[in-house]
Design a protein. Structure first.
Length: 156
């Protein structure tokens, strides 16, 4: 019986560590982190446009709240709807479904490429906070695909 209990404890700990180490980035509707007051200053260095100005991204930071993870990327892009040709949607790149941000986004290092069948691909260098107790950060690159024709915005 002790073996089973020890094995289950080990398995539970392994699952917890594995789930926190896995990438959880998500695209969600803009919420309070995407407020204009949170655009990192100077604005001209932390916003960019693509597709002749139809797509705009902005680096936003909630001023240190939550302490480890206050950096987000806001994406304004066409909805893809023929009915709403001039309207844009606002999406937010987060580090999980609970609207947690990243430790930092290397906005000046974001690169873009385009595939006519898939849309614009942004490669966003981020630093993810290590919740494993070390307080360190882990660099990674998150891909965001933006398809103007369909209005889809998702991570790759």
């Amino acid at each position: 019986m002790r073996f089973i209990s020890t094995s289950l404890s080990f398995l539970s700990a392994f699952c917890l560590v594995s789930s926190t180490a896995m990438a959880q980035e998500a695209i969600s509707d803009c919420d309070w982190p995407a407020s204009l007051r949170n655009i990192v200053e100077p604005w001209e260095s932390h916003t960019r446009t693509f597709a002749n100005g139809k797509i705009r991204i902005a680096h936003v930071d909630t001023g240190g709240e939550p302490v480890c993870c206050s950096s987000y990327l806001a994406v304004l892009a066409p909805t893809g709807s023929e009915v709403e040709l001039e309207s844009r949607q606002c999406k937010l790149l987060t580090d999980g479904p609970e609207l947690s941000g990243f430790n930092w986004i290397r906005f000046d290092s974001i690169t873009a490429s385009y595939d006519a069948g898939l849309g614009l691909l942004l490669s966003v260098p981020i630093e993810r906070y290590d919740f494993g107790g070390t307080g360190s950060t882990t660099p990674a690159i998150v891909g965001i695909r933006i398809n103007q024709a369909t209005g889809e915005i998702y991570t790759e």
